[in-house]
Write a protein that binds this ligand. Structure first.
Ligand code: PEP
Length: 255
């Protein structure tokens, strides 16, 4: 019942021209498969241009890399959900580990961003993940539970397809180290059970849980075979048309 979602986070890369070219290649790649959603999140400067490339043509969704909770106001450097909707965004990444660890975003801010995004009709892609130190101390599940409960505190979900959770172990982001499929599946099943505790059963069952952290053409197939992995949030490999195409075209056949 959960449609796989392959999402590309372009971070602080691409000029407007490069973004348009990459977006066109993604449109072409996405047309080769069916039964899955594809999302790309370019930098803010390229959102409108990429929105035009995607408009009307493809099933490729436009995403932002963050969203502010207010509709407008004196919030220098921030962008509202209404502004993102205006350029065609359907989704917004929230709580990415770079926002948490480099820019000091708190659970409270992340919770507010999720609420603001949902209220304006954006689908939040809510990122959580443990650091290496937390994993080695045996605290992974506790850390994730705290992040989920704080990030989703007071967040009403009436349709599971309107919320996406992305499990991204901090130690696997941009490092080339991927969680094994068994490690990822264990955590995803745990997140699934947490969601079932927080929301009605059928709603929780509809929330997609993505894996992120050095996803590449070589590991996407095995990751996608895990019961509770509903897709991937991809950084580095989403910046190259060929590798993102291979990820979009993952194969879920038995090994
Ligand atoms: C990310 O930025 O969300 C990410 C998972 O990056 P990478 O795929 O490069 O590890």
């Amino acid at each position: 019942m959960r449609k796989p979602l392959l999402a590309g986070n372009w971070k602080m890369y691409t000029t407007v021209q490069e973004a348009k070219e990459l977006a066109s290649a993604v449109v072409g790649a996405a047309a080769k498969v069916s039964g899955r959603d594809v999302m790309i999140a370019p930098p803010y400067t390229a959102l409108a241009a990429v929105g035009s490339v995607l408009a009307g043509s493809s099933g490729v969704l436009l995403g932002a890399q963050n969203v502010h909770w207010e509709e407008e106001g004196a919030f220098t450097g921030e962008i509202s959900a209404a502004m993102l909707r205006d350029v065609g965004c359907a989704m917004a990444i929230v709580g990415h580990s770079e926002r948490r660890h480099v820019f000091g975003e708190t659970d409270f801010m992340i919770n507010s961003r999720i609420k603001g995004g949902l209220q304006s009709g954006l689908i939040p892609v809510f990122c959580i993940g443990e650091t290496l130190k937390q994993r080695e101390a045996g605290n992974t599940l506790k850390v994730l539970e705290d992040q989920v409960r704080a990030g989703l505190a007071g967040v009403e979900v009436t349709d599971g397809s309107r919320l996406v959770v992305a499990y991204e172990p901090v130690w696997a982001i941009g490092t080339g180290k991927t969680a094994t499929e068994a490690q990822a599946q264990e955590v995803h099943a745990f997140i699934r059970s947490l969601l079932a505790d927080m929301y009605e059963k059928n709603i929780a069952a509809g929330i997609r849980i993505l894996y992120g952290g050095s996803v590449k053409p070589e590991n996407i197939d095995i990751l996608m075979q895990q019961d509770d992995i509903d897709g991937a949030l991809v950084g580095g490999a989403a910046l190259k048309a060929e590798s993102f195409e291979r990820i979009i075209c993952f194969q879920k056949t038995a090994y």
